[in-house]
Design a protein around this ligand. Structure first.
Ligand SMILES: [Zn+2]
Length: 93
């Protein structure tokens, strides 16, 4: 929305057609498990796992969750285990 404003304002008589898209500065995400000093992700910790699962039951990617590679790997297995134990749904409503 405000992006359009910026581009139209930037359209001067500079002759430059290619306007670089302005990227919002990314918020620095810190791995929650690293921050709290959790070495192993527990599949029984459903309340925490739920935050890394969408409404449809999909596992949120590391890119959006902000998890480090090590914990994201553990998280996926933990969610899959939780599904098998019927703690988390395979498919959301
Ligand atoms: Zn981590």
């Amino acid at each position: 929305m405000d992006n359009k404003k910026a581009t139209s304002a930037a359209k001067d008589f500079s002759g430059d057609d290619k306007i670089k898209k302005t990227r919002r500065p990314m918020k620095k995400k810190v791995c929650e498990f690293c921050e709290k000093g959790i070495a192993e992700v527990d599949y029984k910790d459903v309340s925490r796992l739920r935050r890394y699962v969408t409404e449809k039951g999909k596992i949120i990617s590391a890119r959006t969750s902000g998890c480090c590679a090590r914990h994201q790997r553990q998280l996926t297995t933990a969610v899959k285990r939780a599904r098998m134990m019927a703690l988390l749904p395979f498919k959301g409503e």
